[in-house]
Design a protein around this ligand. Sequence first.
Ligand code: FE2
Ligand code: FE2
Length: 135
Amino acid sequence: MTLLTWNHACTVGVRAMDDQHGILMDTMNELRLAVMRGSSRAELCEVLDRLIEFTRMHFHSEEQLLMRNGFPALGRHCAEHRTILEQMQQAAQHLHLGDGTPLRPLLNGLRERFVLHVDRMDREYGGWLNARGVS
Ligand SMILES: [Fe+2]
Ligand SMILES: [Fe+2]
């Protein structure tokens, strides 16, 4: 089983954002473990809803930071955030409905998308902010 371990490669270089990414990765790991253990739908819903809530908070706080500092690629970044949130909400909808949609591929897709986002787009603003004295 592969878990999302927090390592240096995932660091974007802005402390508050790195802390939030760590919490998000922990929550995704918790969800993955819950799926592997065959936890009840209610338990899975609780973890996924918590993940969505925290992701929403994180995206908001990241977008505020980028806006305050005049980050040039903000529009593209926000659009990607919206897509990730929609994907999470779709997974939650299937889960709440209990319509039999297999969860593992959905969750794997979410994880991959999130890790790629941090690794590419978030690291891009990290370097940009560091160059302007924000860390
Ligand atoms: Fe982001
Ligand atoms: Fe982020």
